[in-house]
Design a protein around this ligand. Structure first.
Ligand SMILES: NC(=O)c1ccc[n+]([C@@H]2O[C@H](COP(=O)([O-])OP(=O)(O)OC[C@H]3O[C@@H](n4cnc5c(N)ncnc54)[C@H](O)[C@@H]3O)[C@@H](O)[C@H]2O)c1
Ligand SMILES: [Fe+2]
Length: 391
């Protein structure tokens, strides 16, 4: 790869300050200070808390003379309880900012703690609907430094976080522009030991972001450009990262592709995310894995409206015989290659969720970006196909 770029280390300032490159976790302490934080709460998850990458990150903070405390009571598919516990820890420790360290789950909880610790309204008042974010007291939002350790959600460059509402079991997207981290340390070396299955699942989340953004009908040429190259990077590098996790180039390009997906999806998401969220909240399935399973069914459902777009994408990806079917076939091949199951039934989602999940999918804000308008009964039919493996 070094024939194309002199090195895979760089500083980017779009859409926020990103320090990208292997080993840059050593700059975490300096980044925290530069973000104006003097006593950060370090938010991570219990699986990561015992790993060497957390120890070395904490060491980097300590070396800069910054005092910190760790909060790790974060579930995959984070809950309101995780957030409430985190806010209590943040207040009790007298913190003034957050280091959000981990995959999407830990980063989202970290971002929400920084957002919510100074608010008086409940978190679900800030769901990503209309202008609900303007209800927040912007002056009370604490700064965030984000460190992704998976390459999938792109939450490090996003202004939203996802959390399950216990009242209706729905995964809800909470949005505020100031939830965008002030500084990101994107160090691909942190992802070298990510297991192959989580590499595959999270990588498919990045793909679903760029793919749904590319297909969304909203006018957003900036997002489209980023989505295209984000998809190409996944095509080139995800199979390599799954096959050989210690290939640092593949980890670097997948980490970039992950951020690109999240930047691109300001253009909109679609039915993949609308269908995936209820499966995760009702059955606890991993977000990226669920997106990966529903992906070809949603593409097939939408192909009448986005045939030209899918053909253009196939040309950009340099696939033989470019056309809408080519993209669906490529997705099916990629899924086989990296071990993604073909049906929702294979990941523990069966017929009995359909009645509850279909109206939840219709209500999910992601659904608005789908190129084909979807009703609850359309979703019910599509769930049945994805459960039974009928493309
Ligand atoms: N904010 C957003 O814009 C956005 C976008 C998409 C998804 N999400 C949310 O993100 C969450 C999913 O995040 P995820 O897919 O990154 O998974 P995750 O954060 O739940 O992590 C999955 C597992 O990987 C482990 N892990 C993480 N990094 C590791 C590393 N470097 N080495 C070894 N193990 C590691 C974790 O301990 C965990 O067990 C979901 O809640 C989803 O809804 C948010
Ligand atoms: Fe996602």
């Amino acid at each position: 790869m070094l024939d194309r770029y002199p090195s895979l280390t760089a500083n980017w300032s779009y859409p926020t300050a990103i320090r990208f490159g292997p080993g840059r976790i050593a700059e975490l302490g300096a980044a925290v200070k530069a973000a104006g934080i003097s006593k950060p709460l370090f938010v991570t998850d219990p699986g990561l808390a015992g790993l060497e990458i957390v120890a070395s990150a904490l060491d980097a903070v300590k070396k800069a003379g910054v005092e910190t405390a760790v909060f790790s009571r974060v579930d995959g598919n984070p809950t309101l309880k995780n957030l409430d516990d985190g806010i209590s820890a943040y207040r009790a420790g007298g913190h003034d900012g957050v280091i959000a360290f981990g995959g999407g789950s830990a980063m989202d909880v970290g971002k929400l703690i920084a957002f919510m610790a100074g608010q008086s309204r409940p978190v679900f008042d800030f769901e990503d609907r209309e202008d609900w974010w303007t209800r927040a007291n912007s002056n009370a939002i604490a700064p965030i430094v984000a460190v992704p350790t998976t390459a999938g959600t792109g939450s490090e460059v996003g202004r939203a976080a996802v959390i399950t509402d216990p009242a209706d079991h729905a995964k809800k997207i909470i949005f505020h522009p100031l939830m965008l981290p002030k500084i990101v340390i994107a160090d691909p070396a942190l992802t070298l030991d990510l297991p192959a299955n989580i590499t595959a699942w999270t990588g498919m989340d990045a793909l679903s972001h760029s793919l749904e953004a590319w297909c969304s009908p909203m006018f957003h040429p900036l997002g489209e450009g980023i989505a295209l190259e984000g998809i190409r990077l996944v095509k080139e590098w995800l199979p390599v990262a799954v096959e050989d996790g210690h290939n640092l180039d593949s980890r670097a390009f997948m980490l970039a592709a992950s951020s690109m997906g999240a930047i691109a999806f300001q253009k909109g998401l679609g039915a993949m995310h609308a269908m995936s969220h209820p499966c995760s909240s009702l059955r606890g399935t991993h977000h990226g894995l669920t997106n990966a399973v529903v992906m070809p069914y949603v593409l097939a459902n939408n192909r009448g409206a986005v045939g030209e777009r899918l053909a253009a994408l196939a040309r950009y990806l340099d696939l033989a015989d470019p056309g809408p079917e080519t993209i669906i076939d490529w997705v099916l091949d990629l899924r086989r290659q990296i071990g993604i199951p073909h049906t929702l039934a294979d990941i523990g989602v069966d017929d009995d969720i359909v009645e509850e999940a279909a109206p939840m999918a219709e209500r999910d804000p992601s659904s608005a970006g789908n190129p084909v308008a979807m009703t609850a009964s359309d979703y019910a039919a599509l769930y049945e196909k994805a459960i039974g493996g009928r493309l």
